[in-house]
Design a protein around this ligand. Structure first.
Ligand code: HEM
Length: 410
């Protein structure tokens, strides 16, 4: 960081209190005024235009940034304390090198087929039914804690072969792992490390059991691939179980919760969807675009880039604001409006694009469609139990925020 950068207040303050509350205005300004902006606060380039973000994500030479970046910038002693976390992270698919990424991706693609996802539909329907049965007579609930969180936790628990009685522990581990995707201090990262180790040690005997007796779950796919040489070690299996646990849980929680919030904040859209339940698929697509769970992806470019919105030198950190790309008015008319019947040929960026495109997208869409469709069918009078202009957000700097609760009556 240069002395000048330290002295001058940043032109776009990523950590300003109003930005932590809602980054939309800042991101809209950046997209219009400075779409490829070097942030002295983040020491990287913030990209906000749909086309620029897509160009980077599709570029095969640009790797996914290692999640270990934050750890590697810490003092030696802290790095020493976080050794176990680091050695797990370097095995997570998508945060390795190109060859290793493709090798593990080929293995997992065998599992995430349209057929496997469709076969999960009755199980997801049954889970949604039991979660809604549990609250139906109460007349009120917290959508985050009672529906949006337990649903994907149970689905990914099923995929990982975790017995029902242990799935609450998965929720705790997954929440801790979220800290890896925000600026976190040493004590927080030590808690995350503890969660990662606990989850890996929990999965270790389960993986061994699948080696003896395979079932129809992800650990069985991974041990079979290990026997063929496509997975290199037990540690690689365990690291990827942690990555799948996180990837399959937290994201889907907020697809469901954020979309329900958008419907509550836009009662005319809620009314339209209730009148035309067939709009549920386009509602979920709009939820992904309007307030998708992944705000930002990070990359490191090995080469200089000439993007439509500006230039980036080689070896730069890129912060790709999916949230901003999905609200780009050049791609979506009335981009800041939530429209459950939006007709568009532009694929939103919520699941990324290019070589790292989300393997669980069809599963996440199905979970959200079933959950929100059934929620509105059974509880048509859903109303917020909080000031609708002040949702219960916890800021997760930079840029991210997370709905802690979503209390409704019905
Ligand atoms: C609404 C829910 C979800 C969202 C918004 C989401 C988002 C994403 C995004 C943005 C990426 C790309 C990361 C990058 O380019 O660096 C990704 C990758 C991935 N996601 Fe998801 N995801 C969701 C649900 C799921 C589910 C349910 C699973 C599995 C059960 C899953 C598994 C994966 C995997 C394995 C990858 C890595 C793909 C690769 O590197 O080849 N995701 N996801």
């Amino acid at each position: 960081m240069t002395a000048q950068a330290i002295a001058a207040p940043p032109a776009y303050d990523i950590f300003a209190p109003d930005v932590l509350k809602d980054p939309t205005t800042l991101l809209n300004r950046l997209r219009a005024e400075n779409p490829v902006y070097f942030s002295p606060q983040l020491q990287g380039y913030i990209l906000t235009r749909y086309d620029d973000i897509t160009a980077v994500l599709k570029d095969q030479e640009i790797s996914s940034a290692m999640l270990t970046g934050w750890i590697d910038q810490m003092p030696q002693e802290a790095q020493q304390q976080l050794k176990a976390l680091r050695s797990s992270l370097v095995l997570w698919m998508g945060h390795t090198n190109v060859a290793d990424h493709q090798r593990v991706q080929r293995v997992l693609r065998r599992y995430f087929t349209a057929g496997t996802v469709e076969a999960m539909r009755p199980g997801v329907e049954a889970l949604v039914k039991s979660l809604l049965d549990a609250v139906q007579d109460k007349g009120e609930m917290d959508v985050v804690r009672q529906v949006a969180n337990p649903l994907p936790c149970n689905v990914i628990g099923e995929l990982l072969g975790v017995p029902v009685e242990d799935r609450e522990r998965l929720q705790h581990w997954s929440q801790q792992i979220l800290n890896l995707f925000r600026i976190a201090d040493l004590p927080t990262l030590l808690e995350t490390q503890k969660a990662v180790i606990e989850l890996q040690e929990y999965m270790r005997p389960l993986v061994q059991a699948r080696r003896r007796e395979p079932r129809n779950d992800l650990p069985s796919v991974l041990v079979a691939a290990q026997a063929e040489g496509a997975i290199l070690s037990d540690e690689e299996i365990l690291g990827n179980c942690v990555a799948l646990m996180y990837g399959g849980h937290e994201t889907t929680v907020y697809l469901i919760a954020n979309t329900v919030l958008a419907l509550l904040q836009n009662p005319e859209q809620m009314k339209k969807l209730k009148a035309q339940p067939g709009l549920i698929a386009s509602t979920i697509e709009e939820g992904l675009r309007y307030d998708g769970p992944v705000d930002m992806l990070m990359r490191v470019t090995p080469k200089p880039l000439e993007l439509a919105g500006g230039r980036v030198p080689a070896n730069s950190m890129l912060m790709l604001m999916l949230r901003a790309g999905n609200r780009d008015p050049a791609m979506y008319p009335n981009a800041d409006q939530f429209d459950v019947a939006r007709q568009t040929n532009v694929r939103n960026l919520a699941f990324g694009t290019g070589p790292f495109y989300c393997l669980g997208s069809a599963l996440a869409r199905m979970e959200a469609e079933i959950c929100i469709g059934e929620l509105l069918r059974r509880m048509p009078n859903l109303r917020p139990q909080f000031d609708i202009a002040q949702p219960d957000y916890q800021p997760l700097p930079p840029i991210r925020r997370r709905l802690e609760t979503l209390r409704v009556t019905f």
